[in-house]
Design a protein around this ligand. Structure first.
Ligand code: FES
Length: 158
């Protein structure tokens, strides 16, 4: 049995509890992701059937909201702050550096599952901007060199 199929009892349990409620799709997707860590592709036909939607509609919502994942989370999650204070202190150049070095877009994930990029809009470190959060830890007063060193540490244990 493919791994994704192992999650279907949990998915069906969530669907049973929500399927009669109006606007159930987002709560269903959030609950599945909270329980499994991502939304398995095998769940999409089940969700579509339960809510009388097309699979394309369900997939459209999953891809529209960047918080939803269709695959397990990467080992490292790097969230670069793109809000005003960080922007005024070079966050856009750091974002370009990330895109260039990792060959990923701002929401991208490496094919080997090692790192995912996620923009974030304020980490509460505005006084020490620009800032990012790597695996839950905030790093502030970033420079191109410090960002490179953080990426080195992520890529070393790939
Ligand atoms: S604007 Fe970046 S930490 Fe607040």
């Amino acid at each position: 049995m493919p791994d994704e199929m192992l999650h279907l009892p949990m998915v069906n349990n969530v669907l049973e509890r929500h399927k009669g409620s109006p606007g159930a799709l987002l709560p269903i997707l959030h609950e599945i992701q909270a329980g499994i860590g991502y939304i398995p592709d095998a769940a999409v036909p089940e969700i579509a059937h339960a809510l009388n939607l097309s699979q394309a509609e369900v997939r459209g919502v999953i891809s529209f909201y960047h918080d939803f994942r269709s695959a397990p989370a990467a080992r490292h999650i790097l969230r670069l702050c793109r809000a005003e204070s960080c922007q005024s202190r070079g966050a856009e150049q750091l974002a370009a550096q990330l895109r260039e070095r990792l060959q990923l877009d701002d929401h991208g994930s490496s094919a080997d599952g090692n790192i995912s990029l996620r923009p974030v809009y304020c980490l509460g470190a505005c006084a020490c901007s620009p800032a990012l959060e790597l695996d839950g830890q905030v790093h502030a007063r970033l420079s191109a060199e410090r960002l490179d060193a953080l990426l080195d540490s992520c890529l070393e244990d790939a």
